[in-house]
Design a binder for this molecule. Structure first.
Ligand code: FAD
Length: 291
């Protein structure tokens, strides 16, 4: 199928893009087009106008600022994955981002597009929630900063207002040295995950877990932090029984729905599996999985 007819705008600044959104309630932003174009082609989305962000100045790039890796919304996913500052300060990014579709998709898809699209199975929303990152939105009244945990409202839904644009993402690097465990299950390599788990484990000088993070994607309409699992593991050393308990806590916390991929209980079981594997890997020091 081909998209329905739409007007096309290519603003040169964020202000111009906001004005175009305000002028037409049915207009939609487009960045990399890797999620929106299929929706347009299948006519699942029929905006009256597309506001293309690709010519907007100053929306891409990666920099360090006050303990944060700051990523412009228009930065291509592949650029961030390979960025030396990102690799040095937050190795978790490259580790997780290579699971986003395929390289050709990451070459075009943007970091902001993925975070704003809010697919519950997407990798970048999981990372920003696990890291307690912030997203910066710009609208007619200026800029505001939103904690990632408050940004996701529901399936493909965020707290962005219709006339707001996601302009940058601020990722704290405090957990840059944490051991990483990432696990996702999908039917074929490159497919969206059915369920995914990201675990981060930071140890203190005595080898005890000073901080643990566990986030689950794909099981709920939004990425979910599992506070009970994080509490269980804090202060632990190496304990398989605790990892199993924490994985059970994740399976209890999620509220999956029946869907075309299987019943809700199947996804709950998968949650337990990915959580256990991700936590076990992070607790063991976060060694790389085989490519
Ligand atoms: P677009 O498609 O241009 O836009 C997506 C949505 O975000 C639109 O609603 C748009 O209005 C909005 N938007 C875009 N930029 C902004 C902004 N700055 N501010 C506010 N709203 C904005 N993703 C994964 O995470 N994991 C996968 O495994 C995966 N597999 C894929 C496989 C295939 C075959 C394809 C085609 C895509 C896959 N994707 C996957 C999606 C891909 O990562 C997209 O790039 C991403 O979801 C959207 O980014 P984009 O820049 O392409 O956004």
């Amino acid at each position: 199928m081909k998209p329905a007819t739409f007007a096309y705008h290519q603003p040169g600044s964020v202000g111009e893009a906001i004005a175009l959104l305000r002028a037409d309630d049915e207009a939609k932003l487009i960045a990399g087009g890797q999620s929106l174009m299929p929706l347009l082609n299948m006519r699942l989305a029929q905006p009256t106008a597309l506001v293309d962000l690709n010519a907007v100045d100053g929306l891409d790039g990666v920099r360090m600022d006050d303990g944060h890796l700051v990523v412009g919304a228009l930065t291509r996913q592949r650029t961030l994955e390979l960025d030396p500052q990102a690799t040095a300060n937050l190795p978790v990014l490259a580790r997780v981002m290579r699971h986003i579709g395929h390289v050709t998709i990451r070459n075009r898809g943007t970091v902001g597009g993925s975070i704003a699209h809010a697919d519950p199975s997407a990798e970048l929303p999981l990372v920003v929630v696990a890291l307690d990152a912030e997203v910066v939105a710009e609208g007619p009244g200026g800029r505001r900063t939103i904690a990632a945990r408050d940004f996701y409202e529901g399936f493909l839904t965020t707290t962005l207002a219709p006339d707001e644009i996601l302009v940058e993402i601020r990722l704290p690097t405090a957990l840059g040295g944490a051991a990483v465990g990432f696990e996702e299950l999908s039917r074929r390599s490159g497919d969206f995950a059915l369920v995914s788990a990201l675990a981060l484990v930071q140890r203190d000088g005595d080898g005890r877990v000073a901080q643990a993070r566990l986030a689950i994607g794909g099981a709920n309409p939004v990425p979910l932090r599992i506070a009970a699992a994080e509490q269980l593991l804090t202060g632990a050393t190496q304990d398989d029984a605790l990892v199993a308990q924490a994985a059970d806590a994740a399976a209890e916390a999620v509220q999956p729905l029946d869907d075309v991929h299987g019943p809700a209980e199947y996804r709950r079981d998968l949650t337990r599996v990915v959580a256990r594997r991700a936590l076990a890997r992070a607790i063991a020091g976060g060694e790389e999985e085989a490519a």
